[in-house]
Design a binder for this molecule. Sequence first.
Ligand code: 5AD
Length: 364
Amino acid sequence: MGRTPSSFRKIDKSLSHSDISHMLSLRDPLANRRLLDAAYWAKSRTLGRTVFLRGLIEISNVCRRNCFYCGIRRDNASVKRYQLTQDQILDAARLAHASGFGSIVLQGGERKDAAFVDFIARTLTRIRQETDRQLGITLSLGEQSADTYGTWFRHGADRYLLRLETTNPDLFRNFHPDDQIYADRLECLAHLRRIGYQVGTGVMIGLPGQTPDDLADDILFFKEHDIDMVGMGPFIPHPDTVHAPLIAGFDRRRQLQLSLRMIALTRLVLPDVNIAATTALQALDPEGRELGLKAGANVVMPNLTDAAHRGDYLLYPGKPQLDEASPAGQADLRETIGMLGEQIGFGLRGDPLHFSRRLRSGRA
Ligand code: 5AD
């Protein structure tokens, strides 16, 4: 890769809180473009031009939590609840493996009962057995005890995603019932880290009442806490939630642009972490995911949940229902990513560079 163009070098320095906050608020299209280009440049220089795939398997929409913004929250009676069987999960994992996806994500609503903990542990064992231990396995199953996290790690999970949703505790309180406590999530992240997971977190972008200063805090939080992976996406009001009245005035374009700036600034501050171009970007714009990659993200999570259940996992409205597991879907994905000048890391687990660096430096 050549030298950094001089116009980019200016913003590719150590960014302060006020720089980040200021750039999150950029409205001028040219300045905006420059920011996204600089982030893409930083991504390419540090991580090359490879996009890693994670096959997303939405294992269940049964959830004990009642997050105000979420379409599958416990009290939403209009959701048809499902739980995939172990064989269904195994089918999806084998498909990921056979397709050369280096890793999978098992995501689902939060459950803490012993039967569930055991189900996941047994499922992990089978996935490892039946995919020659080659797949990286990420879990995204909410807040759990340190024991549970430990059990799942020992059964073969490598990574865990637990979004904080916001690092502003007051804002967190506005979006969650009283039994959900910000400090508990911090503690969960600390457990995950101690156990040895590659740790991912993230926030929703553009929550009502969230300021550019809040988002700048979020980015600096990721840095201070040595986070390995970041998954962030735009907040999208869901009709079955208290946010339904916001739908009429919802400005998708603005939300998308803010999200892209957030990805870009996260990349500039954290050049070696994995950042996902999340599905929620695609819900705002059919090309949202590609735009995310162009703003510095390096991970894409094609949905492998079988078509029969996909429509029941609607965290937010407009979630794309593409069949990316089919040969045609995969060819499409390859072409789209190829057109960006990137290649797919087929067969690669795609561990975050940040993780290996922190292990090497003894920051376990
Ligand atoms: N808009 C955007 N993201 C949402 N999520 C849940 N509900 C919404 C929404 N309305 C995200 C949360 C959660 C992840 C699984 O989905 O960040 O952690």
